[in-house]
Design a binder for this molecule. Structure first.
Ligand SMILES: [Zn+2]
Length: 131
């Protein structure tokens, strides 16, 4: 799970830059539903890495960003969570988002041609400064 640790390292590094200007009381880190990140490991890694940095007493929260899909044929938008997939299919897509096209069809017109408009990537969504 090197992926989560590398991510956590990048996030802590970025937040430390912010903390140089003013103490960070809390930060919200958004993780796309289809990013294939293990939230538990990421949380653990963040809490380990922030020790003995300026962020030691900062509260780091992780928020899951729901994925949204858009049909390329009829432009209909829907949430990945409402695609009616089985647990196994969701799991597979979570780790290999490209598989979404094998399992999901547009609920309106049935086209397998859609794009992921939201739900990928990891970013710092909000930072609160102060003691
Ligand atoms: Zn459609």
């Amino acid at each position: 799970m090197v992926h989560e640790w590398a991510l956590a390292e990048a996030i802590v590094k970025r937040l430390e830059e912010v903390a140089r200007e003013a103490p960070v009381s809390s930060a919200v880190i958004a993780v796309g539903e289809l990013q294939g990140v293990d939230i538990e490991i990421l949380t653990f890694a963040l809490n380990e890495l922030k020790k003995s940095t300026k962020l030691e007493s900062s509260l780091l929260l992780i928020e899951k960003e729901p994925a949204e899909l858009e049909c390329s044929t009829c432009e209909y938008r829907w949430e990945f969570g409402s695609s009616g997939l089985s647990e196994e299919e969701r799991e597979a897509i979570h780790y290999v988002p490209e598989l979404a096209h094998a399992f999901i069809r547009c609920p309106r017109c049935g086209s397998p041609d859609f794009r992921i408009v939201r739900g990928r990537g990891v970013w710092i969504k909000d930072v609160k400064l102060g003691g």
